[in-house]
Design a protein around this ligand. Sequence first.
Ligand SMILES: NC(=O)c1ccc[n+]([C@@H]2O[C@H](COP(=O)([O-])OP(=O)(O)OC[C@H]3O[C@@H](n4cnc5c(N)ncnc54)[C@H](OP(=O)(O)O)[C@@H]3O)[C@@H](O)[C@H]2O)c1
Length: 260
Amino acid sequence: MKRTALITGASGGIGYELALIHASKGHDLVLVSRNLPKLEQIAAMIRKEHGVKVFVIDIDLSVQGSAAVVAEKLAQEGISVDILVNNAGFGDISLFSECDWDKQQRMINVNILALAHLTRLLLPGMISSKYGRILNVASTAAFQPGPTMSVYFASKAFVLSFSEALHNEVRDFGVSVTALCPGSTESGFHATALGEGKHVKERKLPSSREVAEYGYRAMMKGRTVAIPGLKNAFMATCVRFMPRSLVVSTARWIQENKFR
Ligand SMILES: NC(=O)c1ccc[n+]([C@@H]2O[C@H](COP(=O)([O-])OP(=O)(O)OC[C@H]3O[C@@H](n4cnc5c(N)ncnc54)[C@H](OP(=O)(O)O)[C@@H]3O)[C@@H](O)[C@H]2O)c1
């Protein structure tokens, strides 16, 4: 059945791949990011290759009230959304005492505020039509505190907790909420979080395409939590049985040895 999917952060990385996957399944799209030329270029390519409708919204989700602006634009266009992919997000590596507060605040606004507000605005439509799929992109960072990226890890813990609770609230109404929890993935994420020139030491990271395909399948099955990769799933399980202080110090050691 033809659906309409709204995907935030569709200009690159995991969100871009999710847009291509949705289009290949015949879904119409609403693509959201700050980069209008990039969105228009992607929209033109998708319309040509897949023959679906694509509407683009260029907006900075770190600005308070931006989710309401997105909802207003949808209403003006008469678009109702069946699938919401809250994927836009970014990280920032720094000791908290030395962090760029403005960047941390924008991170909270994108990773938490815009995600929750957009969900609040679009969920009633899904409940009344008795169909909805929501995919919230969290991270393996959601499973433990993360010294040197404390706000980012905490923001993803919010996404995981919020998604699980919401799934429970809406599952009897034909709606499901899935938290996708990838580990390090090939995308623009590390350039934004670490600054240009720094990289993850791991030689081969999973591609954004692999992660997006895994997330799409999990969302369509209505799964609550989806962790791509055996190692990531194992780590997420282990931390539940470890003393909390050991979890935090191990996370710090990993953070300090992960990048070059
Ligand atoms: N890559 C990883 O290692 C990894 C691991 C776990 C979880 N994740 C999560 O996966 C999600 C997607 O990230 P990615 O890896 O695909 O990184 P990416 O390639 O940097 O993509 C991030 C996307 O978010 C959008 N975005 C960022 N700030 C925005 C803002 N203020 N307003 C609107 N859109 C904004 C960007 O669009 P514009 O720049 O065009 O606005 C871009 O499309 C994020 O939530 C991230 O936390 C990533």
